[in-house]
Write a protein that binds this ligand. Structure first.
Ligand SMILES: [Zn+2]
Length: 202
């Protein structure tokens, strides 16, 4: 038997993380499942470890395992260890910020094949409005394994639905060719009319 995939997609500030944690908490409280929350990180020194991070959306503190975004496979040993410790299966794996995870498609497929239910939250598009990482590839897994796709809603300041994440550098729209990482950048959800991308080729 294989697990099912719940995919949570949307732009910045569409409450994806809050929805992921709400579903994780429901499973813990009512289905009595063991849910492991995973969070990719650029710098994990000495392998995956438990972190406590503040959820800005009001769920208080959440416990998550931080792992190297370049190598999700190192988490498999952590899951096996946890199953030994609790004497039962880890029924559900919840992955936040899925767009940053290398091998996300294969890793998620592996977890489903191992009969874990999987929840993945992440950005569907990057600041250039192009598919972000492997998030959109996961829709194939929902079709193949069952589960659901939730498009989390965000709204532009004009009130229209925001499909895009507007990147701002010093308060101005970031150009198409701006570096991936700049200190002091910020994002806001924007509709098609108000999304601005200076220098876009097409
Ligand atoms: Zn707008």
């Amino acid at each position: 038997m294989a697990g099912k995939l719940e995919l949570l997609l949307g732009p910045m500030r569409s409450n994806k993380t809050a929805e992921l944690l709400r579903r994780a908490e429901m499973r813990r409280q009512y289905a009595k499942q063991y849910v492991m929350v995973l969070k990719p990180s650029d710098d994990t020194k000495g392998g995956p470890g438990m972190v406590e991070s503040r959820n800005p959306n009001g769920h208080g503190k959440m416990h998550a395992y931080e792992f190297n975004s370049a190598n999700p496979w190192e988490v498999l040993a952590v899951i096996a260890e946890k199953e030994q410790e609790i004497g039962k299966r880890v029924e559900c794996i919840a992955i936040d910020e899925g767009q940053f995870v290398s091998d996300l498609f294969l890793f998620t497929k592996h977890l489903l094949d191992e009969n874990h239910d999987v929840l993945v939250a992440g950005l569907d598009l990057d600041f250039r409005a192009m598919p972000f990482g492997e998030m959109l590839n996961l829709t194939w897994l929902v079709n193949a394994y069952g589960g659901s796709i939730t498009e989390c809603m965000a709204y532009c300041a004009c009130g229209a639905r925001a499909l895009y994440s507007q990147r701002l550098i010093d308060g101005k729209p970031a150009p198409y060719d701006s570096p991936i990482k700049i200190p002091g950048d910020s994002y806001e959800p924007r509709c098609a009319e108000h999304f601005v991308l200076p220098g876009r080729p097409h």
